[in-house]
Design a protein around this ligand. Structure first.
Ligand code: CA
Length: 235
């Protein structure tokens, strides 16, 4: 038995598919590939990959249908390969259960970072919160989950309960983009017309308290029109 992660790449553009396969193979991942949605579903069923990289614009069907199909039964992580600049497509894919997206064209570093983050976020038991005594660190930021205290270097940062909850939520999913809707659902349970505004206000306060200047993405990346992502040190 190989311990290698098996990654299924569903993409009809040969040069992009070959590029992804080459990069993944060179980094010790096992790859499988398909160029249509139908072929992808068949490959998925017979090989049960650990991760799927999925183009949305496939010749036979929309990649969205692949996501809907798989999510009826499986939680296998899916990274959407999107050439589309439309945020609507990305949000739709994420809210239907895609784990992340990467916008074409992308480079080797970004591709590998997304794959690593997605596989890590989907380990059994991850994503559901923190273990007792666990702390999160990123550059100067430390989150002490047990005590619900946040430090920059050694100085405590005073956050409201809501601000803390948002920051902790993003940190549980480091490297993964979280849509506005998914954050709002986790933090407030329900949404109304003012929810996004409320989230943006909280996020602005968090960034200010963490000492981030506008345009400075050291801790939280603003994925414009889509959501927020906690940065990773190795990106
Ligand atoms: Ca395509």
């Amino acid at each position: 038995m190989s311990n290698k992660y098996k990654i299924l790449v569903i993409e009809d553009e040969n040069n992009i598919r070959n590029f992804i396969e080459t990069v993944l193979s060179a980094n010790d991942y096992q790859t499988l590939s398909a160029s249509t949605c139908e072929q992808g579903l068949l490959m998925y069923a017979s090989h049960i990959p650990d991760l799927v990289m999925l183009d949305l614009g496939l010749p036979d069907r929309d990649g969205i249908e692949f996501i809907q199909n798989i999510r009826q039964t499986d939680t296998t992580p899916i990274i959407v390969l999107s050439a589309r600049t439309g945020e609507k497509d990305k949000i739709e894919a994420l809210d239907l259960g895609a784990n992340d997206y990467i916008t074409k064209p992308f480079g080797t570093g970004e591709l590998l970072a997304r794959v690593r983050a997605t596989l890590r976020n989907n380990r059994p038991g991850s994503g559901s919160g923190s273990l007792p005594g666990e702390k999160f660190t990123l550059y100067d930021l430390t989150i002490d989950y047990d005590r619900r205290i946040v430090y920059m270097k050694d100085e405590e940062i005073k956050l409201t309960q809501t601000e803390y909850n948002i920051l902790a939520l993003l940190s549980y999913h480091t490297g993964k983009v979280m849509t506005y809707a998914s954050i709002i659902k986790e933090i407030w349970g329900c949404s109304d017309d003012g929810s996004i505004k409320k989230l943006q206000v909280n996020m602005a306060n968090i960034r200010k308290k963490l000492g981030s200047k506008p345009g400075d993405n050291q801790y939280i990346i603003n994925e414009l029109g889509v959501g927020y992502r906690m940065n990773e040190e190795n990106l």
